[in-house]
Design a protein. Structure first.
Ligand code: FES
Length: 97
């Protein structure tokens, strides 16, 4: 699956596995959730207002455009949250239990 972001440097960090919409994906330790997701696909989530794809905007915790959900239903800000091994993410709110 092609992502929006491509790694061009610093690829020697340890890898970890997280899940996005039930699919196992790899990331590098220290990646934000936003980086980890956008390395795999071109959108972070779909807007609940107009159905359009969203991929974050400011990348620094100010715009609130990068919300994504944990399978537990908790909403997290992807650009300021580090991805963790075993983290289970949902790209749309309807996917959570
Ligand atoms: S991208 Fe703006 S708050 Fe995360």
């Amino acid at each position: 699956m092609g992502g929006l972001l491509f790694r061009v440097a610093e690829q020697n960090r340890a890898t970890l596995v997280f899940h996005l919409d039930g699919v196992a994906c790899s990331a590098l330790e220290g990646d934000t959730v936003l980086t980890a997701v956008l390395a795999h696909q071109t959108r972070l989530r779909t807007s609940e207002f107009d159905g359009m794809p969203r991929a974050g905007f400011c990348m620094m915790g100010a715009c609130q455009d990068c919300w994504i959900w944990l399978e537990t239903g908790e909403r997290i800000r992807a650009c300021t949250t580090l991805v963790g091994a075993g983290m289970r993410l949902c790209s749309y709110a309807g996917a959570v239990a």
